[in-house]
Design a binder for this molecule. Structure first.
Ligand SMILES: C[S@@+](CC[C@H](N)C(=O)[O-])C[C@H]1O[C@@H](n2cnc3c(N)ncnc32)[C@H](O)[C@@H]1O
Ligand code: SF4
Length: 367
């Protein structure tokens, strides 16, 4: 076995919890960052045997940049001997937590790709989302990232935010394109159970408004030269996110850190979601698992469909296996929602990509 080629590290610290966020996040607790880095290194040591040469590493959060370059460098120094030549190393960053010097330090530590959580450049939307950064801080972070010399600069945006009207969206589009990132992830805001927004019962835009907003984003970014390579992801040539592509292609990955998920050789496990429990287990030399299961063939087949159809490239039926309702395929082709490949491969047509959930609902038992 050549080993797992994709590594995710979860860095959970945040200064506050944004109203829409339900990720595994540790608010405050900054005095625990060194203990946490020690625990991550112990977990890398404990699980490292499954790793091959790493094509991609992703430092996600939480707010990885709250770890500061010194700790991130310590982690990356431990990973460096395992990197394949030309490996992609991404770090997520919140604009208000970085400056030029810190971003340069990340480049020196081996980070090749930065993903900045911009979300919007409209002050009233940033405030509706409880974001800490101002639009100016977001603009400055993109400029500093460019100057620091990352091979790829990406920004994350949201649509479907309560109070976001079409003019707001057009202004965000115009500004984002003007910032000239190499890559854009533009997600539809989801009301996640357990988030403050869900608890206060806020209403999201209705389905038609969300569909209009999605089309505006896709058409706007394509018009500016970005390739719509995945449901919510857009890239200039040569800047697709290789780590995410591996995930959508159902490749094995090892996830380290509190709450992290791993999928290796047909098994999936989740780590403890509590920081104290995670650190304590590793201090005892134990794996910090919360659950572990064998991925049954049906679940794995469904995941290949759900993830694979997000991409603009064809899904090979010999690899993915049949959908739950293969009889729907000819009808979806006739309707112009799926296309290509005869009996061997399929993909969503352009129109089908806008109706992805409905198409998946026809093909799979759950979507
Ligand atoms: C978990 S965050 C971590 C990165 C960083 N802390 C930040 O906030 O930018 C990664 C990305 O997930 C997206 N995200 C988080 N919560 C979401 C939600 N409820 N709906 C849609 N996208 C969400 C945001 O675009 C965010 O940039
Ligand atoms: S959205 Fe990002 S900054 Fe906000 S709480 Fe979640 S992980 Fe932290």
């Amino acid at each position: 076995m050549s080993g797992v080629r994709h590594l995710y590290l979860h860095l959970p610290f945040c200064s506050s919890r944004c109203g829409y966020c339900a990720f595994v996040v540790e608010v405050g607790g900054l005095d625990r960052r060194d203990d946490y880095a020690d625990a991550l290194l112990s977990e890398l040591h404990l699980e490292g045997d499954v790793l091959g040469r790493l094509d991609t590493v992703y430092l996600g959060g939480g707010t990885p940049t709250l770890m500061r370059p010194r700790r991130l460098r310590r982690l990356l120094d431990a990973i460096r001997p395992r990197l394949a030549p030309g490996a992609e190393v991404t770090a997520e960053a919140n604009p208000e937590t970085v400056d030029g010097r810190q971003l340069e330090a990340l480049v020196e530590a081996g980070v090749t790709r930065i993903s900045l959580g911009v979300q919007s450049l409209q002050p009233h939307l940033l405030s509706a989302l409880d974001r800490a950064a101002t639009p100016d801080q977001a603009r400055a972070a993109v400029a500093c990232a460019r100057a620091a010399g990352f091979a790829s600069v990406s920004v994350d945006l949201l649509f479907g935010v309560p109070g976001q009207d079409p003019d707001d969206l057009h202004r965000d589009l115009e500004e984002v394109v003007g910032l000239r990132p190499d890559h854009v992830s533009w997600y539809e805001l989801e009301l996640k159970a357990g988030s403050a927004l869900a608890r206060c019962g806020v209403a999201l835009p209705d389905e038609d408004a969300a569909a209009d907003a999605y089309r505006t984003v896709v058409v706007g970014l394509e018009g500016a030269g970005y390739h719509w390579y995945e449901t919510a992801n857009f890239a200039r040539r040569g800047h697709q996110c290789r780590h995410s592509l591996a995930y959508w292609g159902a490749a094995d990955y090892l996830g380290l850190g509190v709450g992290a998920v791993s999928t290796v050789a047909g098994r999936r496990w989740r780590n403890a979601a509590d920081l104290h429990a995670y650190v304590a287990a590793l201090a005892d030399g134990r794996a910090p698992r919360r659950s572990e299961e064998a991925l049954d063939p049906d679940t794995a087949r469904r995941e290949r469909w759900m993830l694979g159809l997000r991409l603009d490239r064809p899904l090979a039926l010999g690899w993915a296996g049949p959908p739950d309702h293969p009889e729907a395929l000819p009808r979806l082709r006739e309707l112009g929602l799926m296309e290509g490949g005869g009996a061997h491969e399929v993909r969503l047509s352009r129109e089908g990509r806008f109706l992805q959930n409905a198409v998946l609902g026809e093909l799979m038992e759950y979507a």
